[in-house]
Design a protein around this ligand. Structure first.
Ligand code: SAH
Length: 242
């Protein structure tokens, strides 16, 4: 009996293994990425207490694996930041979701981001707000993020190369501002450009010390700040020629 079954069993096993083998040879399929994205939202984001529905929906939709180098796409949904070149990183998914959820964006909001990097955070914001302006100090990253966002159809994002310390006075006020590099202090021009009732989320602290994620709110012209949690971001750098 065992002998009779031996051959069919081998055939059966090889047949069953074929789809897995082809996935290994051709890379992960789109369906697998969608599944990885749902698992990322469930296990890394909802599990840590983020409940803001529009944020969760955006995190389930934006194809994070298209914002990293192809050699890293299989790791795009892991619970950590990933390198994007020039010493910079795409932030950990949970951090992107947490920061976004705090802004409580409305569909009519105009948002400013400092630190475009890969353009991933900008894409998340663009799904929830009217328009996104995002400033990136590394020219090459600004150019590649601009092209990526255009190719993916994010027409409501404007990538601006330059030092985000000064914000974009010509487009202010912004209902929300998100800074994705750690500054030593909150840049006064950004507080200035925050609209009435607006919210800013910014990591503050030096590169070698604990940084704090801070929520800044402007209510009736008054500024309040709330310390949220210790975080670790790449440093906010400054253009020397200004
Ligand atoms: N939001 C990004 C994460 C990028 S990491 C993403 O989703 O991929 C932070 C980025 O801030 C880096 O690309 C860095 O070059 C940029 N940065 C640092 N200081 C800056 C400044 N003063 N103005 C604009 N961008 C800055």
């Amino acid at each position: 009996m065992a002998r009779i079954l031996k051959y069919p069993l081998t055939v059966l096993l090889v047949t069953a293994a074929l789809p897995a083998l082809s996935a290994i040879l051709t890379g992960t399929g789109e369906q697998d990425f969608a599944r990885l994205r749902s698992a990322m939202v469930r296990d890394q984001i909802v599990a840590r207490g983020v409940t803001h529905r529009a944020t969760l929906q955006a995190m389930r939709t934006v194809e994070r694996h298209l914002f990293v180098d192809a050699s890293l796409s299989s790791r795009a949904y892991e619970d950590n930041p990933l390198p994007i070149g020039y010493g910079q990183t795409i932030s950990q998914p949970f951090i992107v979701a947490y920061m976004t959820s705090l802004l409580d964006l409305k569909p009519e909001d105009r948002v400013l981001e400092i630190g475009t990097g890969s353009g991933y955070q900008a894409a998340i914001l663009a799904r929830m707000a009217d328009s996104v302006y995002t400033i990136e100090i590394v020219k090459e990253l600004a150019a590649s993020a601009k092209k990526r966002l255009q190719d993916l159809g994010y027409h409501n994002v404007e990538v601006v190369p330059g030092d985000g310390y000064y914000g974009l006075p010509g487009n202010a006020p912004f209902q929300a501002i998100v800074v994705t590099a750690a500054a030593e202090h909150i840049p006064p021009p950004l507080i200035e450009q925050l609209g009435e009732g607006g919210k800013m989320v910014i990591p503050v602290g030096s590169q070698f010390m604990v940084q704090n994620l801070i929520l800044v709110e402007k209510k009736k012209g008054r500024i309040t700040t709330t310390n949220l949690m210790p975080v670790r971001f790449v440093p906010f750098t400054r253009e020397e020629t200004r």
